[in-house]
Design a protein around this ligand. Structure first.
Ligand code: ADP
Ligand code: MG
Length: 255
């Protein structure tokens, strides 16, 4: 069904030991939605993103990928995904881009981009390579296919990481502070790529401290505070007419 969300989170609770980090979070991303997650450091943004593609366990609540609920075994604090095949399917369909790029330093850019399609999805190299090269062109580093990550700028490395995520042909992209490690002038190279992806109608969840990016690309913005959604809505409303005192205060510090 076309109105089944790509990813849906219902009443998610997550703790690290005694530390409750997510206290009942709901989120739903339809195809083409660009959802930005904003909030102070430590509010639970990365944890929420990592829960979406099952890099973190959680204690309570539902996670659904294209309408398919994650199946758990065990209960309460001890639950874990029950089906490794399902975990792999979800993870490969929700590709993550990290703040620190996380490229393989011993592989060329092209090899980095081809690695998961070839080794995880078991696709043919001959089929993956032209796609990988086309994606590198698209993110503006077609000439860097044969260099190693250390020979590139941070902005180029992050674009290589985005290319790597795209080459999996995922249903959604998850970005965790994709521009935070970059100098301002390099940040813009990455912002341009993210904006182009938004215009193509890609489904994306973006954790960001960059309010301009959130305002420019998002269809929906979620403000997390202390593990709860304090306020959410379309960017014009959330940034133009914030309601909660906490959001007002947060925005006044982040411009
Ligand atoms: P944000 O991304 O909004 O800065 P995080 O989701 O990274 O917040 O962290 C939320 C809270 O969970 C913080 O208090 C952080 O210290 C804690 N936390 C994050 N990861 C772990 C972990 N692996 N083990 C224990 N505590 C963690
Ligand atoms: Mg974080």
């Amino acid at each position: 069904m076309s109105d089944t969300p790509v990813i849906e989170i219902r009443d998610l609770h997550k703790a690290y030991g005694p530390l409750e980090v997510l206290k009942g979070v709901n989120l739903s991303a339809q195809k083409g939605d660009v959802i930005s997650l904003i909030g102070s450091s430590g509010s639970g943004k990365s944890t929420l993103l990592r829960c979406c593609n099952l890099l973190e366990d959680s204690q309570q609540g539902e996670i659904l990928f294209e309408g398919e609920p994650v199946r758990w075994r065990g209960t309460g604090g001890n639950r874990q995904p029950a089906d490794r095949g399902q975990v792999t399917r979800i993870r490969t369909n929700l590709s993550m881009v990290f703040q620190s790029f996380n490229l393989w330093s011993h592989l060329s850019v092209l090899q980095n981009v081809m690695e998961a399609p070839v080794h995880v999805l078991k696709q043919d190299r001959s089929e993956v390579e032209p796609r990988a090269r086309a994606i590198l062109e698209k993110v503006g580093i077609g000439d860097k296919a044969d260099v190693f990550p250390a020979q590139m700028s941070g902005g180029q490395q992050q674009r290589a990481a985005i290319a790597r995520a795209l080459c999996m042909e995922p249903r959604a992209l998850l970005f965790d502070e994709p521009t935070s490690a970059l100098d301002p002038e390099l940040e813009q190279e990455v912002v341009r790529v993210i904006k182009a992806l938004a215009q193509e109608g890609r489904t994306m969840l973006i954790v960001t401290h960059d309010m301009r990016l959130a305002a420019d690309v998002s269809s929906h913005v979620i403000f997390l505070h202390d593990g709860r959604i304090e306020e959410e809505g379309p960017p014009d409303t959330l940034f133009g007419n914030p309601q909660s005192a906490r959001l007002k205060q947060f925005l006044s510090h982040s411009q």
